[in-house]
Design a protein around this ligand. Structure first.
Ligand code: HEC
Ligand code: HEC
Length: 202
């Protein structure tokens, strides 16, 4: 499978998401500081490894996740409770707010330059048909709006947890099964290595 062609196809699938009106960051800030800060931090730089950083994430991706927590297309008990009262407009506003916050970088524990994690991220795993993460998420993890989320600096614990739920199929909100197919070919060790590398990307 040629993943560049694949990625191009995915752009079409996501056109409905990109058609969203831009949100109002100031309105998003009010909700974020009342409801979300306990877990995600006031500016979206969550200090707790199990809660994802949202700062600098693409607004459309954030709004998509919130809509899917509400519809049940992405299943998570905690977040399902958080989105009950949010309207689609609130979700766009929250996306605009977090997307406009500066992302604070992290550091890799052991997967820096020359590591297994770097190799998987930049080149994939050839024999297994695992594509380079960089081919969709960008060489520095900045992602490609609107379809491919930013990964740079994300907590490794959260990244591993997501890769595991893609592998088990518990998370199934990835268009064209892109992440489920990839995660199904990764071992726990691969996931830990690439997640550690991602944590250090800036
Ligand atoms: C009690 C803690 C808690 C609170 C409060 C909370 N969240 Fe979350 N949030 C989580 C957890 C846990 C996850 C990971 C869910 C999963 O594993 O799928 C998450 C995931 C997310 C994601 C997905 C991020 C990604 O990279 O895919 C978004 C977006 C999000 N939260 C936004 C919000 C917003 C907006 C609010 C406030 C309205 C909020 N959260 C309040 C715990 C919380
Ligand atoms: C063919 C394109 C493609 C490739 C290659 C790819 N991804 Fe993804 N990835 C996606 C898409 C699309 C999503 C967003 C799914 C959604 O909309 O919820 C995603 C989401 C993710 C998420 C969830 C982010 C979050 O904040 O919850 C993680 C983690 C992730 N990818 C890691 C990886 C890793 C690690 C690799 C390399 C082993 C990789 N991806 C390779 C397309 C790709």
């Amino acid at each position: 499978m040629n993943f560049r062609i694949y990625a191009a196809l995915a752009v079409g699938l996501f056109s409905a998401v990109s058609a969203n009106a831009a949100g109002d960051a100031a309105k998003g800030s009010t909700i974020a500081n009342q409801v979300c800060l306990a877990c995600h931090g006031a500016d979206g730089n969550s200090p707790i490894p199990m809660y994802p950083k949202l700062a600098g994430q693409h607004p459309e991706y954030i709004a998509k996740q919130l809509k899917e927590f509400k519809s049940g297309d992405r299943k998570n008990a905690v977040m399902a409770g958080m989105v009950i009262t949010l309207t689609p407009e609130d979700m766009d506003n929250l996306g605009a707010y977090y997307g406009s916050q500066a992302a604070k970088g992290g550091t890799a524990k052991s997967n820096g330059k020359g590591s297994v994690g770097e190799k998987i991220y930049k080149a994939g795993i050839l024999g297994l048909g695992v594509p380079a993460c960089a081919s969709c998420h960008g060489p520095a993890g900045a992602g490609v709006p609107v379809q491919f989320p930013r990964l740079a600096g994300q907590h490794a614990d959260y990244t591993v947890a997501q890769l595991q739920t893609f592998r088990s199929g518990e998370r199934a909100n990835d268009a064209a099964k892109m992440m489920r197919m990839i995660a199904s070919k990764l071992t726990d060790q691969d996931m830990a290595a690439v997640a550690d590398y991602i944590q250090g990307l800036r």
